[in-house]
Design a protein around this ligand. Structure first.
Ligand SMILES: [Zn+2]
Length: 339
């Protein structure tokens, strides 16, 4: 069963985002058009992520469950990690991180599951019986498949199922299950650019949500580390082999500045373990304080998702020990203090 958080994960949906970008960065509450306009100046150098939240919390929840329940869950992890595929995660500090790759994989699996659960007959009856006005009120077009709705939500141009049928000289009311299967299974290939754009946008949103949760990142990296520890160097590409110090550990790589900045700001300049303020003391070029949550010696990755900010004392006492982080975060404000 699908459990949606926050009203279907669509709490901040701006309707009809058909065109490009800047105008859609302005968000007005649908309940009060005169209020709550949040705008960002168009500064090209800022790495902005546009959050439209179509199923992002749902995907985040699933990924959390997959990581928590490991092999039990719907995603077959072996398909992602098995046959030495995990070795591709060995390349140090790719901006398209290990977590991005896992999110992408899970979302594409979930989209494909969505495709398998369509009741075409029911949709055909609805298309036949509901007037266009009623469909408008419902905000639901039965001819638009979930993948079409997702692409429309992000304003990604593509050929809809209905248009695809028209091109083939067919109509929605006479479409068969085979047509449905053909369209949906071919879409990732025939409309590759649109499909990749969708996956990429959803992945950016889910990464934005999950990257803030250090406990989840620890579990993810611990899961990956199991595969790294069991690597058989004989079965991986030469190019990837050079990243391994041994068959069970990766070589240490210098931590790029963008990783340090991302982690420093995520952790709000506080040590992840003792929450002491590092913002006034730390030299941002000092790699000592940027800790591999799952140590390299235990199969940890050189990945932005596996780095946390520590003070030198916590860093020293953790060194070489088991994966460790904390689930304390600085609150936005204290509700216990006097106004
Ligand atoms: Zn500390």
């Amino acid at each position: 069963m699908r459990i949606h958080l926050f009203n279907g994960g669509k709490i901040q949906v701006k309707r009809s985002p058909k065109s490009g970008d800047f105008e859609n960065r302005l968000y007005t509450s649908p309940h009060n058009k005169n209020n709550a306009v949040i705008s960002a100046p168009p500064q090209m150098t800022r790495p902005l992520v546009q959050l439209r939240f179509r199923d992002s919390y749902y995907y985040s929840n699933i990924i959390n469950n997959v990581i928590d329940h490991d092999f039990d869950y719907l995603v077959t992890l072996d398909e992602f990690f098995g046959d030495s595929k995990h070795a591709y995660l060995a390349r140090p500090f790719k901006k398209h991180s290990a977590l991005h790759q896992f999110i992408e994989y899970t979302i594409s699996r979930l989209l494909s599951e969505d495709s398998d659960n369509i009741d075409l007959e029911r949709r055909q009856k609805m298309a036949e019986h509901y007037s266009p006005e009623f469909k408008e009120i419902l905000g639901f077009d039965p001819t638009a498949l979930p993948i079409n709705e997702a692409l429309n939500h992000y304003g990604i141009p593509h050929q809809s199922f209905k248009d695809w049928l028209t091109e083939s000289g067919k109509t929605f009311s006479t479409a068969t299950e085979d047509d449905l299967d053909d369209y949906q299974s071919d879409l990732p290939w025939n409309q590759d650019a649109a499909y990749q754009a969708l996956i990429s946008k959803c992945t950016d949103e889910v990464f934005f949500i999950l990257f803030q949760n250090r406990a989840l990142l620890l579990k993810f990296n611990d899961m990956v580390a199991k595969y790294i520890r069991e690597t058989d160097l004989e079965y991986i590409d030469n190019e990837l082999r050079e990243y391994f110090a041994s068959s069970s550990t990766l070589k240490r790589a210098s931590i790029p500045q963008w990783v340090k900045r991302a982690v420093f700001f995520r952790d709000r300049g506080l040590c992840s373990l003792c929450q002491s303020d590092q913002s006034g003391l730390i030299n941002i070029g000092d790699a000592e304080h940027y800790d591999h949550v799952v140590p390299l010696a235990r199969g940890g990755l050189n990945d932005v998702s596996n780095i946390q900010l520590l003070c030198s004392s916590c860093n020293l006492s953790k060194k070489g020990g088991p994966p460790k982080t904390s689930d304390f975060y600085e609150a936005w404000y204290s509700k216990d203090e006097d106004p």
